[in-house]
Design a protein around this ligand. Sequence first.
Ligand SMILES: *[C@@H]1O[C@H](CO)[C@@H](O)[C@H](O)[C@H]1NC(C)=O
Length: 295
Amino acid sequence: MMYPLSIFLNNLLLTLFLIRLVTLFPVTNTKPATFLEDFRITWSDSHIKQLDGGKGIQLLLDQNSGCGFASKKKYLFGLVSMKIKLIPGDSAGTVTAFYMNSDTDQVRDELDFEFLGNRTGQPYSVQTNVYAHGKGDREQRVNLWFDPSADFHRYSILWNYHHVVFSVDEVPIRVYKNNEHKGTPFPNSQPMGIYSTLWEADDWATRGGLEKIDWKEAPFYAYYKDFDIEGCTTPEPSACASNRANWWEGPSYQRLDAGAARRYRWVRMNHMVYDYCTDKRRNPVTPPECLINGI
Ligand SMILES: *[C@@H]1O[C@H](CO)[C@@H](O)[C@H](O)[C@H]1NC(C)=O
């Protein structure tokens, strides 16, 4: 049977269009992941509830327990993000954490986001820390410029061969560069899992432990959704460590662009409340990475 030429041409155009679409939008993880696709509960099943057909979850903290979850797989480089809505009102003494950890005792690598609660009306602080080859003690804190319990915000960790960037929505709040060639350690050989916990830490979390948790306000709830893990995972970590072809290693992810650099400076000038780099009591000698992690 013969098709009229016009139908043939139409089909040809449609095919070309579809090919073009596919090349424009590479097919990586396009559908929103459900919680159980990527994660499992690691602490207190009874305190984690799935919402919205498993696309979101609710974490609960009460006097009996906090709770936590972890990714099923480990990754070596990638971009991880989730949207979180933190405990509203009086959250003093509570800590909600989102972090990556190599789970190795000896030479631990770890990238931390810790949300430190506060009394009603006082700003939440976000503490970040970087452990590389077993050494941490690199805390920085910023006070958030919005109420993180009023709505969901996206918190992400970009980890590639060039740097680690912690971001809140599209605002970088911390950059830790790979300057291994200058002798500063950088996590680049061990895969890390993704973890989150909600727990009580009123011995240190709020105003250095002065503000205690008010159990009359319990139970405390935090909400998560839009889990997104784009990372390299293989049984053989060295294959990930040496692969520079993944998109998160691309030119636009190797350094902050002008807009992001401007937002990063704005955070550091207006919202930074603690930096280990300038804590002379703890670090009489400025740690080497502080000298080169400037903007
Ligand atoms: C809590 O609020 C106090 C007073 O505004 C502020 O100094 C502190 O940085 C806030 N965050 C924490 C975690 O204490």
